[in-house]
Design a protein around this ligand. Sequence first.
Ligand code: NCD
Length: 306
Amino acid sequence: MKHLMDINDLTLSQIDQLIATANDIIADKDKYKDVCKGKKLATLFFEPSTRTRLSFEAAMIELGGSILGFSEAQSSSAAKGESVTDTVQTVGCYADIIAMRHPKEGAPLAASKRTTVPIINAGDGGHSHPTQTLADILTIHREKGRLSNMTVGVCGDLKFGRTVHSLINALSRYEGNEYICISPKELVIPDYVKANILEKNKIEYIETTDMEEYMPSLDILYMTRVQRERFFNEADYVRLKDSYILTPDKLKSAKPDLSIMHPLPRVNEISVKVDDDPRACYFKQVVNGKYMRMALILMLLGIEVK
Ligand code: NCD
């Protein structure tokens, strides 16, 4: 594997390897502190980000490497009309590895054809976000001790939410997972996700607008925000944005070992009153994301740490 465009670019044994490396880093951070000395990571973010970009940068710094890049298209030559592929080809002359986020689906893939350094898709439009899924997978693995045989509730903007598409893609490769897809009718899972992943693999799923009805059956509840930036019409966003707000009251019927997840940023989907619930995992996802990105950087650079 040279680039990471989609979570399916990784085999299940590579995912196992990333989990093992991330857990090893967590157990012995010192062992990893110089392993990327002299290597440079570029973060090219054509779309806003807090966690993903800073997590990649922190990951490279903690491996002893250096970082460069930009955090908005307006401060790059994109503002002068340069094509994404030219920008990435240029940065490939300075950096050893590139993490890139872009509002257009497929932009990182197009860029990966024009550079010799590994490119990581850090989110492309409403399509996919494989490194968030790596953060989610490590979190589930550490919380539940397994990645199979779970009832996974995904709730919110299932149409434009790229983290949900990548998560369903990943968990569908493990035995016995089924989904409760909770969303307003306008924001259901895209047909291509249903056809190419769920139906093709005969995976059970239910589509519903009702979060509370299915709460008692869930092992994971993955909340997401309504993706304002993908809407054509502000009035539709305003109408749909508060469709689901998770409160302690709504969690009363949930399993004691439910994992409450959210890729963040949260807007209104989870009341801050839920933050002290021991089942809340969303800030653990933030922590785990950095370790999985460290493991991924090592894998893509071909660096083995004994
Ligand atoms: C997500 C994204 O960018 O898709 N954020 C993140 O990377 N953690 C989720 C979101 O923006 O809603």
